[in-house]
Design a binder for this molecule. Sequence first.
Ligand SMILES: Nc1ncnc2c1ncn2[C@@H]1O[C@H](COP(=O)(O)OP(=O)(O)OP(=O)(O)O)[C@@H](O)[C@H]1O
Ligand SMILES: [Mg+2]
Length: 356
Amino acid sequence: MMQANEYAPEMTERLLERLPYSVVIHDEDRIFYVNRAAENLMGMPRDEILKTPLRQFLLPEDVNSAAQKMENAFFALGQGKVARTEERLVRPDGKTIYVEISGTSVEFAGRPAGLIQLRELTSEREQDEFISIASHELKTPLTSLRLQIQILNKVLKDTESASEAQTRKLLHGAEQQIARLGSLVDQLVDVTKLSVGKLELNRQSHNLVSILKQTIARSEFESKHTDCIVTYNGPDELQGTWDAAKVDQIFTNLLNNALRYGAGKPVSISLRTTERETRSYAEVIFADRGIGIPAASHGLIFEKFEKITGAGKAPGLGLGLYIAREIARHHGGDIQVQSRPGEGSKFTLELPISKR
Ligand SMILES: Nc1ncnc2c1ncn2[C@@H]1O[C@H](COP(=O)(O)OP(=O)(O)OP(=O)(O)O)[C@@H](O)[C@H]1O
Ligand SMILES: [Mg+2]
């Protein structure tokens, strides 16, 4: 075996630093060396990484199984085998990344340690996860639709119990589910268009307030369901040039998010106009008093497929804000977020009033 002191430790460290692979040296509960590639992968400055207990890089539900895997890995190493596992790591911005971990046991500063290499698998796993979420989301309204139509058939056959009110209620439910399926498919179409740069706007003259009021009226079912009272504050009319269907999509997502994550508390929507660099903008604010979003995740929520940890198993593909911001930017506008966990969120949509 080679003696460690045949090499200057600084030299080894310099080499490790330049290595394009992510390398980490750790003991049972802490990391004590991390190279630059690993630092980038983990999305955290080195001194933070060294201060953080190992378990905090994992999702809480993975901690026990990871400990078991580590034990198995050490056993395999003892038998001269390579230890390889896959784990989910949580970055400080709340993004979960999937990594392959392969390692060996070494002695480091006189102590037994694990020398591991991390390889990111996120894009492969994200695709798998996305397909699984998408199929689940598409299946839920389909199942309920099927059920409603089955009952409807029965009700209609059995003329004695075919009360009109019941039939109307079932048809209404079926219509809701079809709308939900339609909007899921629309999201998938939009995201594909965006990724190939083919989202086109059809800008016409419209009253923004009537688009907004239609969105609010359409969400009546959700707002009743979530116990959130929605109020609108602003003028009755704001004429400008917008793609009405696409702007409605932005409104719908911001409002649905406020209802979905709004903890049953009132949601307020307000509209005003602002001037910036000789251009006039419509500013629409959606404010809820719900669960809120940690500051570190404010950028992440606008990314494709991102649903932040802690939001639980809320429905949705995690595409809404990504698509909404893209539509706003195609109009020459943008969406910003201000939010604190436990206090609520405020999303500000800014849209130029006229086309340049
Ligand atoms: N008003 C809000 N309050 C708290 N968290 C929010 C709010 N709006 C969005 N989020 C967080 O941001 C994530 C991304 O939002 P986005 O609208 O892109 O996706 P989604 O609502 O989960 O699904 P989809 O919009 O595709 O149905 C949400 O999963 C949630 O974690
Ligand atoms: Mg959403």
